[in-house]
Design a protein around this ligand. Sequence first.
Ligand code: PMP
Length: 398
Amino acid sequence: MLINLSPTPPDAVMLAARLFAEDPRPHKVNLGIGMYYDEEGRIPQLAAVREADHRLRSRNRPWPYLPAEGLVDLKNKAMPVVFGEDQADDLRRRTAWIQTVGGTGAVRIGAELARAIAPDAMASISDPSWPNHEAIFRAVGARVSSYRYYDVESCDIDVDGMLEDLGRLPRGTVVVLHGCCHNPTGFDPTPAQWNHIAQVLADHGLIPFIDLAYQGFGEGLEADAQSVRIIAQSCNLIFVSVSFSKSFSLYGERVGLLFVVTESEAQAALVGERARAVSRALYSSAPSNGALLIAEVLGDPQLKTTWIDELDAMRRRILLMRAELVDQLAGGNRGANFAPIKAQRGLFSYSGLTRTEIERLRVDHAIHAVGDGRICLAALNAGNLPSVAAAIRQVSSR
Ligand code: PMP
């Protein structure tokens, strides 16, 4: 049988992961993939999650299918985390939801629903963005465009350019926004800028699609959801995709949620019904274990406090790594060019390193990053930071 298939190029992040896996050098460092590692270089098992796991096991529960929409307890406990403790009952009633296979699943199901709701709508994605945004919207058959987000000259967010581009989009365009910790740049709008963005979205009849994959890693759990809460005040059709992979350090459990805020309870019912049909045709229902763990943590005030503290500790450790890396790079040829790393938030830094420099890091120093210069600072620790900094100084001084 002839297989009529041309090679499929991996996206930039997957390519970096593959090159890292294939690198036999024992001292290799992985700054490519977006995972948080602790000071010992391990993916942490959060104490709150460990305790929840212990409790779940002691109950000797069976493992039934989850209902088509997922674990309602997870939704009920997560909604206040995203939309605020004081969310109005009205918002809850007009919000459709579905549990998904990670944040990726939430973006995919959301993209499918957006296509069903507004079949001719284009999707507009920040330039740059997580490469899977474009891949997902193309996979559902949407046309894709981009809006300005990052200014290479000033190494900063370009909110004026963004607002200008959003203002020119046709009504009904789906605008993909990073709720916090923009991947890859690490630059987020301020609350005042989110207000402007929300105004333009509402004035121009655009459909915000907020991807919230790093809540808690930017300025903190509450501050990082301001984008959602501000936009929810102005727009009456909003997609919010949530990933719990990083915030609970439960990457492989694949826990995500999609919320679709609509205008009425009747609309929410229609959207929810379609969401369940989409998920049914993809994988039937979402997996249960991670969802049960998270619902257990969020449902117990003490465990929830422990989790918030642990999340904050991860956030603060990354900030320390940012400061330390910038300090160690300061004396080099291009030291000043790395100063913006300190102002960025989240797991990543858009380091400004060129493709050639990233390649040199990999070939000469076994340090792996994404070709566009994105480095994952959450993989740095006191042990590997000095050698990473030295290598960056070396490759960037040529
Ligand atoms: N959105 C963005 C912006 C991300 O960076 C990621 C993870 N890399 C996701 C969504 C997907 O999250 P998950 O791993 O939970 O599928």
